[in-house]
Structures are given as C-alpha cells and as structure tokens.
Design a protein around this ligand. Sequence first.
Ligand SMILES: [Zn+2]
Length: 87
Amino acid sequence: MVPAPRSIPIRSCIACRNRENWTELLHLVEIDGQVIPDPDRKLDGRGAWLHRRCFDVAVQRRSFSRAFKSEKDLSTEKLEQFLSESH
Ligand SMILES: [Zn+2]
C-alpha cells in the first residue's frame, strides 16, 4: 500500500521571512517573557519559527518581540544556550 503524499507544512522564519519547509526551522515558544526552543514541537503557546543561522539577525531586528507580539524585550538566554549546545 502506497501512503498518500502529504504536503509538508511551510513556515516563515521570523528573522529573514523566507518561507521554508518546517523541518528546516527551529520552533520557538514564548513562556513568561522568555524565548524557549522547542525542537520537538511539544510545547503549547504562541509559536514562531527561526532558522538556527538567523538567530543573530533576529536579535538585531528584534524579531522575537514582534513575532510574539510582546511589548517588552524577550529573554533569549535559553535559546542562545540551546544553540550553543547544539553545534
Ligand atoms: Zn531565516
């Protein structure tokens, strides 16, 4: 039995805005003012998608606050830690 072809969801990176197959992007959620990496896409909450390589651009452009519609700057400490450990 041949599985039916399934379309792969496309998401936009919050930093460069390029549309991408979501397997190429890292899922992020915002919890209590912190940007939390969610590589397994298990967490609830408002989600955003980012290329790992676009982290610096996202910081420069304040893309996180925009993506999560937050008025204050969000902490990216957890995300930075995740990215540095996953190299
Ligand atoms: Zn990007």
